[in-house]
Design a protein around this ligand. Structure first.
Ligand code: NAG
Ligand code: NAG
Ligand code: NAG
Length: 795
């Protein structure tokens, strides 16, 4: 029988005032059907709260091959924001879902709401896919491949749950009471459990004659309310009185009570929920009965905060399309902490030697290639370069190869050749490094400096890779000391994650994160020249810097913090304008972001705006507290920031973001901390406002009919389009890890037209039109970009 005992409630810590959370909706009365099942292993086995039984597609006497489809009818409309799939828990992996899609529907017939795709890892852990909340009654999961082997044609699942967006109900009209409260302290009365302060608690009587268990805590909401769960936050100062075994009852008169929940809470300090045995309960009174103390420490009960939780449906309004739209979640079989766009429009992602953890010198790396047009994710364990590529420098060379240096295997160089789809071992660096930044410079070499996180601390002066001779050489006068921050973590952190912008004549502007900026000349023995301070900004470790107009030398910097961790980030933003090479760039303070952020990602969009997403307001690796879910868009023409619609999943330390060929933005990852709660095995796709009509429908996009696929910088190219267009822009492919993306930059273009044929002259300086792969976007009068054509610019 279906006792509902599986639930979880994730209280994301929003710094803005909107409380948001997720609860597994009670499945009582729902139907679940599958296109295929083995007799005795019907779809309902994934709904029976028994992890020992599971749904399995038909395999004998006749195999029913993939894809397999499971459809859930929730019998009423919910605001859905997640699906979890628990694999079978016996000792077989057969049928674990790999590649998949998740769709929602209002009527079970029209499946227009595509909310997730991607690929799950092949293991026993519950796969939770979280997406931006939408209203739906039906959920459809399509298994496209089996996780173990593409040859296998089975699908299985032990339990499937659907999650709804929930909120705390207002406590303003409540009165609360309890059978007992300690009276020697005023802050031990029942009202302390609804005062919003974790410093005060309700505690049963402990002085004199103890009031023994059981205890009750009663809520009078003063009117009928429809709720779905009770949440309980134990006291934070001591374990005494944590409630273990409990029941929850509901009543309309506080005399006749109906039990609506029961269970046993774990003996820890985390917020707990008591989910009700029906999806919703309407009542005026609720009573929490404490039947045991979680650690059997004494005859006490206590509570820091008690809330009722309601499904967020009546109040639901879809996010305004004018603020963009988070289209779908992409599940990955790794926690992606590094990423690069490839010439075929796909995205290369990697974690470390493990799928979800880093550390040591293990000599191999877990990667995946994601195809945004099909959703197909192809994992690969890269072993042939003997390089754990966690925490690397990344740069794209003039011919589009991805040069990955250092990190956990601190001396190594690995090069991904996108034409051959092959990894090639490069030469060891002269200096071992991790958390260095690299930049492809105007002669095609790859400059590299910093990186005390790995391979020894300090004196990580510059060196350069020559892709022609395939050799590293030290640059004697490229000194790391002027670019150090005053990090509380010392040199280990002070030379991390430089903000490098290749410029004319083999120079590189280091625009941060140190408050001091510097020019590096990378030719021969090199030179280091101070470039002044970034106005009144402090050190901005793990902030972002984006070159949104390379022709004009314009860079936006945003956020960052005085130290790598355990400090508040800032919301500061600055406009840095490069003039003559080696001159101090002009720095002007821009309006600040609405949110302070470190560990965020910055992306140059084709229209010249800069998208800043994710991060935390108090930087603390491997946590999601103070995560910022609201991206902000900087518009240089108005010198303003606009807040956009929030994403669903925190993107803090180890998250990445990149511009895709269709003008959408990919952001993913975060975590990579092994057995922790903040691993994010996924990404999300943002559709910027420039692709949407005010009603949320897609704008008609201009189309580039033809353009060359390769061009020399300084040359004039012809672009034919499907209509009269307004603007063109080139955006160089991005590479991203640890807030750093030294490859992306944007060039606005002037086009001369004869009808729908345009001639465009590409800037001729390789320090500006840095050779490599670029997107060419055409934009209409409203700023709607085309899907980009990809052009290889050569010197
Ligand atoms: C309270 O009253 C409402 C409205 O009559 C009813 O729907 C609900 O079931 C009652 N709740 C309980 C716990 O009796
Ligand atoms: C990757 O390859 C290495 C080296 O052969 C091996 O030890 C490791 O188990 C592999 N990892 C995965 C996830 O396949
Ligand atoms: C700087 O670069 C430009 C363009 O590549 C070149 O014409 C010029 O000679 C260079 N100047 C020096 C001093 O190297």
């Amino acid at each position: 029988m279906a006792a509902i005992n599986f639930f979880s409630l994730l209280f994301f810590s929003f710094v803005h005032t909107v409380f948001s959370a997720s609860i597994a909706i009670n499945r009582a009365g729902w139907t679940i059907t599958s296109d295929s099942y083995q007799p005795g292993m019907e779809a309902a086995k994934a709904f029976d709260s028994d992890v020992a039984s599971f749904w399995h597609s038909a395999y004998k006497p006749t195999l029913d091959p993939l894809p397999n489809v499971i459809t859930i009818d929730m019998k009423s409309t919910y605001v859905v924001n997640g699906v979890s799939i628990q694999p079978r828990q016996d000792n077989s992996m057969n049928g674990n879902i790999g590649q998949h899609t998740i769709e929602l529907s209002a009527d079970g017939t029209n499946w227009g709401l595509f909310v997730a795709n991607g690929r799950y890892v092949n293991d026993k852990t519950t796969k939770k896919t979280t997406f931006v909340a939408r209203q739906a009654r039906y959920v459809r999961i399509t298994a496209l491949t089996e996780a173990q082997s593409s040859a296998n044609q089975w699908t299985s699942a032990a339990e499937i749950n659907v999650y709804a967006d929930v909120q705390y109900t207002s406590r303003s009209a409540w009165t609360v009471s309890a059978d007992t409260a300690e009276t020697t302290k005023a802050q031990n009365g029942p009202a302390n459990a609804i005062d919003g302060s974790t410093a005060t608690i309700w505690h049963t009587k402990y002085s004199g004659t103890i009031a023994p268990l059981p205890h009750w805590f009663q809520i009078d909401q003063s009117s009928l309310q429809t709720v779905s769960a009770l949440s309980y936050l134990p006291r934070t100062d001591s374990a005494n009185g944590r409630i273990g075994k409990y029941t929850v009852q509901a009543s309309n008169d506080s005399t006749t009570w109906t039990q609506v929940s029961s269970g046993t809470w774990a003996d820890d300090g985390n917020e707990k929920t008591a989910q009700f045995t029906t999806a919703t309960v309407t009542a005026r009174y609720f009573r929490l009965n404490a039947l045991s103390e979680a650690g059997n420490r004494g005859q006490w009960s206590s509570a820091s905060e008690i809330n009722l939780v309601s499904l967020n449906s009546a109040s639901f309004t879809a996010p305004p399309p004018s603020k963009g739209f988070w289209q779908n979640t992409v599940d990955f079989p790794i926690v992606p902490a590094a990423a690069a766009v490839l010439p075929n429009g796909k995205v290369l992602l990697w974690s470390a030697y493990l799928l979800d953890y880093y550390g040591g010198t293990n000599g191999y790396t877990q990667t995946a290639i994601y195809d945004p047009t099909t959703g197909v994710v192809t994992p690969r364990n890269v072993t042939n370069t003997a390089h754990d590529m966690f925490c690397p420098g990344i740069s794209m060379t003039f011919d589009g190869k991805i040069v990955v240096t250092g990190g956990d295997d601190a001396a190594k160089t690995s090069i991904y050749d996108p034409v051959a789809d092959a990894w090639i071992a490069g030469p060891n660096m002269k200096i071992s490094r991790g958390y260095q930044s690299t930049a492809t410079v105007s002669d095609g070499k790859v400059f590299n400096i910093g990186g005390s996180w790995s391979g020894g601390k300090g004196n990580k002066n510059g060196e350069i890779y020559n892709p022609t001779t395939k050799a590293w050489s030290l640059i004697q006068n490229a000194l790391v000391s002027p670019m150090l921050t005053a990090d509380a973590g010392g040199i280990y952190r002070a030379d991390n994650h430089g903000w490098f912008f290749a410029w004319k004549n083999q120079t590189v502007l280091q625009a941060g994160p140190s408050k001091a900026m510097n020019w590096y000349e990378t030719d021969g023995v090199g030179m280091t020249t101070g470039a002044g301070n970034r106005a009144d900004d402090g050190d901005a470790m793990c902030g972002n810097a984006v070159m949104y107009d390379a022709t004009a030398g314009k860079i936006l910097s945003a956020g960052g913090a005085s130290s790598y961790q355990t400090v508040d980030a800032r919301s500061n933003a600055y406009l840095i304008t490069i003039g003559q090479t080696l001159d101090f760039p002009a720095v002007v303070k821009a309006p600040s972001m609405a949110y302070a952020r470190g560990f965020a990602n910055g992306v140059a969009l084709p229209d010249g705006t800069v998208f800043v997403t994710g991060g935390q307001s108090h930087v603390e690796p491997f946590t999601d507290t103070t995560a910022i879910y609201t991206p902000e868009l900087y518009d240089p023409t108005t010198n303003t920031w606009t807040q956009l619609n929030p994403h669903a999943i925190p993107r803090t330390y180890h998250s990445v973001a990149l511009l895709l060929q269709d003008g959408t933005v990919f952001t993913g990852g975060g975590g990579l901390c092994g057995n922790c709660a903040t691993n994010h095995w996924d990404g999300e796709i943002f559709v910027p406002p420039y692709l949407l009509n005010l009603d949320g429908s897609r704008r008609t996009r201009p189309v580039i009919n033809s353009v060359v696929s390769t061009a020399t910088i300084g040359s004039t190219i012809t672009v034919t389009t499907n209509g009269l267009l307004h603007k063109f822009a080139l955006v160089r492919f991005g590479t991203a890890t640890h807030t750093v993306n030294t490859d992306q930059r944007r060039i606005p273009l002037t086009a001369l037209s004869v009808g729908t044929s345009y001639t465009i002259t590409i800037p001729g300086d390789p320090g500006v039109a840095l050779p490599g792969y670029w997107y060419l976007f055409a934009m209409d009068q409203a700023g709607t970009p085309s899907i980009a054509k990809i052009i290889l610019l050569s010197p």
